[in-house]
Design a protein around this ligand. Structure first.
Ligand SMILES: CC(C)(COP(=O)(O)OP(=O)(O)OC[C@H]1O[C@@H](n2cnc3c(N)ncnc32)[C@H](O)[C@@H]1OP(=O)(O)O)[C@@H](O)C(=O)NCCC(=O)NCCS
Length: 165
């Protein structure tokens, strides 16, 4: 368990957290993961954590890793708690951990329309490295994914310099 800021804790996700996690997922994603998809990520190559504040789950993150590559599979913050630096604080905590584990690359896919998340990742140093055509379902069709990559071997001064809440 890690203390982020302002009473927020980052800790491993458990089965008991799933109703709250799915509620945030349903409130934030156009094609949300089910509880079973989260449950399937409780295996050894995955890293599932929640952000807790005042005994309430206010966000979560799911990553996987194989060899020297990690993948950010899902991250969300409850709508009422967005734009307070929570996702930033979570990734600021996890990135140095992954650097210390000798992981080299952190990849993610993000919807082309999700400019807010892309801004977050760009500020953290992720680069745009490709596109996956028709990768995501939408309510009435398909949408491209932007593929982004963070080279974990680079020094991320900006992670250290920025504290907010
Ligand atoms: C993307 C998401 C996780 C960001 O969480 P957050 O805690 O609100 O993000 P932060 O407050 O840490 O944002 C840090 C910086 O990222 C950028 N950013 C984050 N959300 C943004 C938005 N909606 N629009 C523009 N920039 C945004 C800003 O630069 C922000 O700094 P600022 O507030 O000082 O301008 C959150 O909006 C969310 O849950 N979205 C729905 C789920 C989702 O899209 N997940 C990503 C899937 S790839």
């Amino acid at each position: 368990m890690t203390t982020l800021h302002a009473g927020c804790l980052l800790r491993p996700m458990t089965e008991a957290d799933l109703p709250d996690v799915v509620a945030i997922e349903d409130a934030t994603q156009p094609t949300p993961w089910s509880a079973q998809v989260f449950r399937d990520c409780f295996g050894s190559h995955y890293d599932c954590r929640v952000v807790e504040r005042d005994n309430a789950i206010i966000g979560f993150v799911v990553l996987s890793s194989v060899l020297d590559e990690a993948h950010l599979l899902n991250i969300a913050v409850a709508p009422a708690m967005q734009r307070r630096g929570i996702a930033w604080a979570v990734l600021k905590e996890i990135i140095p951990e992954y650097q210390a584990r000798a992981l080299r690359y952190l990849y993610l896919e993000v919807r082309e329309s999700n400019v807010g998340a892309q801004a977050l990742y760009a500020h953290l140093g992720f680069q745009n490295v490709g596109q996956r055509k028709h990768y995501y379902r939408t309510r009435d069709g398909r949408e491209n994914a932007v593929l982004m990559m963070l080279d974990l071997s680079t020094v991320l001064e900006r992670l250290i310099s920025r504290e907010r809440f």
